[in-house]
Design a protein around this ligand. Structure first.
Ligand SMILES: [Fe+2]
Length: 182
């Protein structure tokens, strides 16, 4: 979701009413970040298509989480029937599978580092059906299209965003150094 703030940064910044942002004292960046952070929180316990993200939605509703967050979470599952209407919802979908795929590409690089990943290498791996086969390539392509951004540009932006937290992700090259040390 951090990557998706490029829509905000680009000036196509929807107002609070347009987003349905309630009075929680959250900036849009905070809101988008929270949605990105928690959208799969129920997946580990409830991974089936029948449960995820429905169980999570129920849990959040019981605890009083706002509709704007719950709706975005529901919309990231194609099969939920909840359409993606807001920039936040479209960004969640556009970045979700792609972030996992970029991570997978980084992990096969010699240095296990995001610094070794670019849009070209991601596009090349997208054509390799055996690589990270659980990642739906159509979701990546359609997600960028729905955002109205060029796919290469979107991939590059997401790589850059992930590089910003590479150390936290363990994708700053330190994993390869640990492996290589005697
Ligand atoms: Fe999910």
């Amino acid at each position: 979701m951090r990557a998706c703030s490029h829509k905000l940064a680009a000036g196509s910044n929807p107002g609070p009413s347009e987003l349905g942002l309630p009075e929680f004292g959250l900036s849009q960046e905070d809101l988008w970040g929270i949605v990105g952070l928690i959208h799969d929180f129920d997946y580990e316990k409830y991974p089936s298509l029948e449960d995820h993200p429905y169980r999570g939605n129920e849990i959040l509703k019981e605890r009083g989480w706002p509709e704007v967050i719950r709706r975005a979470i529901m919309s990231h599952a194609e099969y939920s029937g909840v359409t993606r209407e807001t920039p936040m919802e479209r960004c969640l979908f556009a970045c979700d599978e792609l972030a996992g795929f970029i991570t997978a590409v980084a992990l096969i690089k010699p240095g296990k580092s995001l610094a070794e990943v670019d849009a070209k290498s991601v596009r090349k791996r997208m054509k390799d059906k055996a690589f990270a086969r659980k990642v739906n390539r159509d979701d990546i392509v359609n997600g960028a299209a729905a955002l109205g951004v060029d796919l290469d540009e979107h991939i590059s932006f997401c790589i850059a965003a992930l590089r910003g937290i590479a150390a936290e992700l363990g994708l700053d090259g330190s994993a390869a150094k640990v492996t290589a040390s005697p």
